[in-house]
Design a protein around this ligand. Structure first.
Ligand code: C2E
Ligand code: MG
Ligand code: MG
Length: 646
């Protein structure tokens, strides 16, 4: 009888690996499935190996033992070889080159040796030329057994060669883990040849697979779903490998513009389903294009695709992709949810080769260039003025919070009933010595993301309070100034205290300030925020809802917040003279009047728009038609001239 100790040790190892995969949720997705198959098959082989020893010992054997031994040996050889083939396929998945196995010819080459092996094993039942089990002699090798080994050897050699070839796609630890399974198997087979009693092969390969589990299979990089989509961390890591390895790829960023609204509208669960449908459609591209595509997901609604084929004309694929995805998520359309993606194509390293730049462009491309375009090309974006700005945003923000580069502009708001300008909106600007005038559309979202919005917001408050205290509000005809508040600011426990301090320091009245908040507040309505808003209202401040019309506000939602003014977003004004747009704006105006809210319409640029809105008896109009946001001195002069004339 051979030494079965190593097989006995291999069994708990394989079970441990399978168990680990199960509890770490690594059961879905192709790579996980292949890995599980390799382990399952190897476990079965270890069990068969031990079973075989007890079946063919001691001699002489019964007829039943001969038949059982023959069957076990068949199953062992078949499974052992199959596990080697599956591992071979796994390597293609792990190196993101699985598409190479897609063409029929390659699949034939892949399975042909294994097919030969199966034929060989089947014919052995009649010819006994591979192995034979007899009652007196037990297990004996046949003249063709070498072919079984040769086939396994072939897969191993080609596998090793492929691992060597793929070295450039992988970091050292992953590459070593992949090849270790082969190396350990080869060494163990050599040991077995020297000492036939030592059954160490399956134990050695278990150690190799364990290395793969530890160094390659990382569930932290994935999120679950119908398709395995990897997360943001994984994207960053992959990007790093690609750049360091000088690989040529294309990165496509897909941003669902209305993701936040959709989520707050249909709920987290349905939103997740929706996103997974989109991901599944992207996944389909993989097979159609015969190239490898890695899919990464950054909440909410941002996808990153890394496409191996650097020459693929991605731009031309966009329309059909949008159409198919729209069809796929049709059932959500009934709930009012539309698929509104924007794409950014980055050729790497041709367009961009700096890690941070690629991340920045992925985040901010929709704020660059023409806001109406759907497909953005990184090659064009890099020539835009704001491109430098977004890549130095941190620097720009850091100097802004020292207070030296931040400026407040004021945009007058016209009161239709009074026939003069009665309020204004304070709008932040950064005048950077190096990058020029920076728009809040660029720096506010970034400040919100990095937390700098808190010091920046405090500076903004202080600056506006100072302005109000210095300006002769009454003489200018100004009742109040509107200040934009970010969600993060409203979540600060000490917001009312900060406001109270400024109010005392500059000696202004709460009625001289109105705070603008947006609908995203609804999604974040926490206890702190609720308390803050009510406290500010108690202090005498009023609130308005900014950007009405781009989210999913309804009357019920509006009634949850202490709002006096609703500001209609420019996008509704832009649609004003279309058939639908007219109905929407007319009804919105009427609805707001019915629930006794004052109405500011933003973004009015033409006389026609102004007159149409005046005819609907809107309350206030803000827009370039009257004035752009102005620096404080110009703003004061503007009011002096225009309000006096009125
Ligand atoms: P918002 O609060 O909706 O401000 C209105 C924006 O529309 C301003 O852009 C204003 O310049 C622009 N606008 C006004 N009338 C017209 C028009 O007739 N045509 C066009 N095309 N645009 C018009 P701005 O100043 O670039 O600010 C963009 C956004 O940045 C603001 O949108 C607001 O969300 C944010 N923001 C600006 N200043 C601050 C601030 O001090 N604090 C916070 N938290 N956010 C701010
Ligand atoms: Mg505003
Ligand atoms: Mg607005």
């Amino acid at each position: 009888m051979k030494n079965i100790c190593f097989d006995l040790c291999a069994i708990p190892l394989y079970i441990l690996i399978l168990f680990t995969c199960r509890i770490r949720g690594m059961t879905r997705g192709r790579a996980n499935r292949l890995f599980l198959m390799v382990n399952g098959m190897s476990l079965a082989c270890a069990i068969l190996d031990i079973w075989m020893e007890f079946t063919v010992n001691p001699l002489p054997l019964s007829r039943g033992a001969v038949a059982l031994g023959t069957a076990i040996s068949f199953a062992y050889k078949f499974l052992r070889n199959a596990s080697i083939v599956i591992y071979f396929i796994y390597i293609f998945t792990a190196t993101r080159t699985e598409y190479r196995l897609q063409p029929l010819k390659n699949r034939l080459f892949l399975w042909l040796p294994d097919g030969v092996l199966v034929v060989l094993l089947l014919q052995n039942f009649f010819t006994h030329n591979v192995y034979v089990i007899t009652a007196e002699g037990g297990y004996a090798r046949g003249p063709l057994l070498w072919l079984v080994y040769a086939i396994a050897f072939l897969y191993v050699v080609v596998g090793i060669a492929y691992c060597l070839y793929c070295k450039r796609y992988l970091i050292a630890s992953k590459w070593i883990a992949l090849i270790s399974v082969y190396a350990l198997t080869l060494v163990s087979v050599l040991m077995q040849m020297l000492n036939q009693q030592l059954m160490v092969e399956l134990f050695a390969s278990a150690i190799g697979v364990l290395m793969v589990l530890l160094l390659i299979m990382r569930p932290e990089e994935t999120i679950d779903g119908t398709v395995v989509v990897q997360g943001w961390k994984a994207y960053q890591r992959m990007l790093d490998y690609i750049l360091k390895g000088n690989q040529h790829v294309q990165i496509v960023v897909v941003k669902m513009m209305n993701a936040e609204e959709i989520r707050s509208y249909i709920g987290d669960k349905a939103f997740h389903d929706y996103v997974m449908e989109v991901a599944a459609e992207i996944d389909k591209l993989y097979y159609e294009l015969h190239t490898h595509i890695d899919l990464y997901f950054e909440r909410p609604g941002s996808f990153y695709l890394i496409i191996e084929d650097a020459k693929l004309d991605v731009k031309s694929l966009v329309p059909s992709f949008v159409e198919r995805t729209t069809r796929r998520v049709r059932r959500f359309a009934e709930q009012g949810v539309h698929f509104e993606p924007k794409f950014c194509i980055i050729r790497c390293p041709e367009d961009l080769k700096e890690y941070q730049e690629i991340l920045n462009v992925g985040h901010l491309f929709t704020r660059l260039g023409d806001p109406n375009q759907t497909v953005y090309d990184a090659a064009e974006l890099v020539h835009l003025r704001d491109y430098d700005v977004i890549n130095h945003m941190q620097e720009i923000l850091n100097s802004a919070i020292t207070g030296k580069t931040l400026e407040m502009f004021y945009q007058p708001i016209y009161d239709i009933h009074a026939g003069r300008f009665r309020s204004a909106e304070a709008l932040a600007r950064i005048r950077d010595p190096q990058y020029g005038m920076v728009s809040p559309a660029l720096f506010i979202p970034e400040a919100e993301k990095t937390g700098l919005i808190i010091p920046l917001g405090n500076l903004i408050l202080e600056s506006v309070y100072r302005f109000i205290s210095k300006a002769d509000m009454e003489a200018l005809g100004l009742s109040y100034v509107e200040i934009n508040l970010s969600v993060a600011q409203c979540l600060q426990q000490d917001l009312p205290a900060t406001v109270a301090r400024l109010q005392a320091r500059y000696g202004i009245k709460p009625s001289q300030v109105n705070f603008e908040i947006t609908e995203t507040m609804f999604d974040n309505l926490s206890e702190v925020m609720d308390r803050n808003l009510r406290e500010l209202v108690r202090m005498g401040y009023s609130f308005s809802l900014d950007d009405y019309g781009i989210g999913y506000s309804n009357i019920h939602r509006l009634s949850k917040l202490p709002l006096e003014i609703i500001k209609i977003d420019k996008s509704l004004v832009d649609e004003m003279f279309t058939e639908d747009g007219q109905v929407i704006i007319r009804n919105t105006v009427r609805m707001m009047q019915d629930i006794h809210k004052e109405l500011v319409v933003e973004g009015v640029e033409t006389r026609d728009e102004m007159e149409a809105l005046a005819a609907m008896s809107c309350d206030f109009i803000q827009g370039y038609y009257y004035s752009k946001p102005l620096p404080p001195d110009d703003f004061v002069r503007f009011l002096q001239a225009r309000n006096r004339a009125a």
